[in-house]
Design a protein around this ligand. Structure first.
Ligand code: VAH
Length: 311
């Protein structure tokens, strides 16, 4: 059976629904510190639990005979800057909780998301390589970089089958964003449909790596389904689909909504975005386990405007 921790979150919700579609509702247990959307709560078992609590998670693993865990709980970049120690404890203690369950053979396989936030201001910005300088300047990035090192360690020393990818900004309409720096690329669609205008908290030429939720879910399930010997990188794989700036996104929206207008008022999140790559080289994921994205900027805008418009 599969357990998703952080199932009420932006990615966790859609990942839970997709895995239930594939494996059947009773095969996929959702868990989070708080209940999630009705669609999630009504589609299968849900357990309220604290991701950092070893007894609570251990009990769920035993109760449902869990073999695979997707650990999607974390405090994201912008929120983490406001509560550094809380973010560190949540992001790290939840990871140790799950890695130790795997080390003790209580579960067989772990997915843990890293992020392009592991890169910092001294990292080469364009087509950022899989192996390069990583001096993250955010609490979230530091926790993801450290988490990668621990995943690699638990694999090498204890044989834990943990798999990870460095998510870019993930864009979706079914769930609200969770306090990230890339949230502008979600908010803009809701505002465009509601008010025909949006004020971006990132400057117009801030290029960031981005991905549509469907591609992110596909990558997550693909890497978990791949034969273990194909997963040659046990820290985390670079992953990408597209890169764009707020200006390029606004231009694409204007093709569908000609009256849409945008203003730029950068806030504290500009500094975070400026420390991240503009684009990512994900050739290793494509070589090792056959990653390829489907959704580009044009299809993203079409899907998002339709999705927001109908939700
Ligand atoms: C954030 N959406 O903005 C997350 C993600 C690369 C961005 O890590 O913090």
């Amino acid at each position: 059976k599969i357990l998703i921790i952080g199932a009420s979150g932006q990615i966790g919700t859609e990942l839970s629904l997709k895995l239930r579609e594939i494996h059947g509702n009773e095969h996929v247990i959702a868990s989070d510190i708080r209940e999630g959307k009705a669609e999630l709560m009504n589609s299968g078992p849900f357990e309220v639990a604290d991701a950092t609590n070893t007894e609570q998670i251990g009990r769920i693993v035993e109760k449902y005979n869990i073999s695979e865990v997707y650990l999607m709980a974390a405090m994201l970049s912008a929120t983490a800057e406001k509560a550094p120690m809380k973010a560190w404890n949540l992001n790290m203690d939840s990871l140790f909780n799950v890695l130790n369950l795997a080390k003790d053979k209580k579960i067989e396989k772990v997915f843990w998301p890293s992020s392009i936030a592991v890169f910092g201001p001294t990292t080469p910005k364009d087509a950022t390589p899989q192996n390069t300088i990583m001096e993250p300047s955010t609490v979230y990035g530091i926790s993801k970089q450290t988490g990668e090192r621990w995943c690699e360690y638990f694999h090498r020393i204890y044989g834990v089958d943990v798999r990870s990818i460095r998510y870019p900004g993930i864009i979706s309409y079914r769930t609200l964003p969770g306090g990230g720096t890339t949230d502008y690329a979600i908010e803009i669609f809701h505002e465009a449909v509601k008010n025909g205008a949006y004020t971006s908290f990132l400057s117009e030429n801030t290029s960031l790596p981005m991905m549509y939720m469907e591609d992110a879910i596909k990558a997550t399930i693909d890497i978990m389904e791949a034969p273990s010997e194909k997963i040659k990188i046990r820290s985390a794989y670079n992953l990408s689909a597209m890169s764009f700036t707020p200006k390029e996104l606004a231009e694409e929206i204007k093709k569908q909504l000609p009256e849409f207008s945008i203003l730029y008022e950068p806030d504290f999140r500009q500094r975070i975005a400026d420390s991240w790559p503009s684009s990512i080289d994900d050739s290793r994921a494509r070589e090792d386990w056959g990653w390829k994205h489907n959704c580009d900027l044009q299809s993203l805008v079409k899907e998002m405007l339709e999705g927001v418009g109908n939700s």
